[in-house]
Ligand binder design. Sequence first.
Ligand SMILES: *Cc1c(COP(=O)(O)O)cnc(C)c1O
Length: 228
Amino acid sequence: MSSIEAKLQQVRTRIAIACEHARRPVQSVTLLAVTKTFGPQSVRDAHAAGQRAFGENYVQEAVEKIEALADLRECIEWHLIGPLQSNKTRVVAAHFDWVHSIDRFKLAERLSAQRPAGLAPLQVCLQVNISGEASKSGVASADVLSLAQQVAALPRVRLRGLMAIPEPAGDFEAQRAPHRALARLLYDLNAAGLTLDTLSMGMSADLEAAIAEGATIVRVGSAIFGTR
Ligand SMILES: *Cc1c(COP(=O)(O)O)cnc(C)c1O
């Protein structure tokens, strides 16, 4: 067994145990393998071990990897989880299946306009600045509803839900709080008439807390591929 395969298995076990504790079906959580800084061979190894959804942070690095792995394109889902600048939206619209980091309308508007006609609508999440830190990207909680309503009306992107990168916290209860806040926001959006099904939250250090609060996508890098 390759070390990537062994670590993937460990992460799958962590997800399964967390789902059991939360009385959730294990299929309700998708594992997104975060491959930033790791080369195409790491993606191939994970793919050979059954992994299908991959997350990348940097557009240029990601596009090179996606092109190097063109033979796997049909059976891999590519997710952009890092910050996006408006001058990169065209290449992102052409190469990715998902974007988790929408924090302003202009990005979604450009992605919708630039999504190639032959592809399915781009699946998107709004990134929320859930810990309220001045320096971090993400839309403020108070502005999520109006942004969500605008994005949901675009024809070539499909708004699926919310994403957050909370401040690191030590113990389990402290880790749960921001994830609970994001889940509450999603609940409020649906109560306001949207139909969103995705909570992208939880990483190597806090995936159990995120699953306890309803995560549907956990984004895991170092626990699978090692330290960066
Ligand atoms: C790097 C990264 C991850 C994965 O973090 P790990 O701690 O390595 O699991 C998840 N989400 C985002 C947005 C990231 O940039």
